[in-house]
Design a protein around this ligand. Sequence first.
Ligand code: GRG
Length: 277
Amino acid sequence: MTAEFVPYMNQVLDQIEQPNLQEAMRYSLLAGGKRLRPRLFLAVLASFNHSLEAGLPVASAIEFVHTYSLIHDDLPAMDNDDLRRGKPTSHKQFGEAMAILAGDALLTDAFALVATSDYPDTVRAQMTAALSVGAGSHGMVAGQVRDMLGEHQQLSLPALTQLHQEKTGALLQAAMKMGLAAVDASERDKRALARFAGAFGLGFQIKDDILDATATTAELGKTANKDQAEAKNTFVRLLGLDGAKEALALQVTAADQVLHEVSRPVPELNLILDYLK
Ligand code: GRG
């Protein structure tokens, strides 16, 4: 991750006039996430020798959308979590109304960051479409709805895969597509990198389920919500721990293979894939 990323996000936040809103947005944005989605976007730029500096507004936009989704996911009406990344969730820290509004502002401001970035009009339009598809009713929100409606019933493996492809994979895929919109990649490379995003997204979710099933509360940075854990559909629940580990290994191998098909070295993407190993 480029060292300029956090200072850039801080600059964007400094421009928000309303101090309470600024504080709530900063609290969640700077709470120590892994920044995987902006890293995916910037990795594509780096692989194709594009300026990372020009990409900072768009990388920030992607992290804004991700952060909004976590704030809203933690709300009492959704997962009702008290802790995220070892800290009180936004609604615990600032109250429910402010948490909703901080999420709303992050989502809305993300599109302004893309719209006012320095990329050509056609690139900004493609990025906007990719972000909206990944985040909205064709992606993350649809997956969240499937997750909510699927609670307390056993989903099939294809249904669980689709749920996670939308809920988690779609935004990861959007980050990749937004990078590809900016660079001059061949159709072959674009197809390969889109497949990488698919395998990485699914592997990421399986890994998240394995961690949820095996990590300690301290390692997870959140308290176990027993009722919720019993209601949720997860790969570990469906496949067992060993089955989930095998499924993860399959996705890692697929993602690794795809990276070898790309016409140039992509060391930053190899590093991101290491997170699943
Ligand atoms: C509320 C519209 C709406 C959507 C929420 C993404 C999501 C949908 C919910 C997050 C809940 C969750 C545990 C999802 C599974 C995997 C996931 C996305 C984990 C969080 O992403 P990381 O690990 O987060 O990249 P960090 O903390 O590193 O930023």
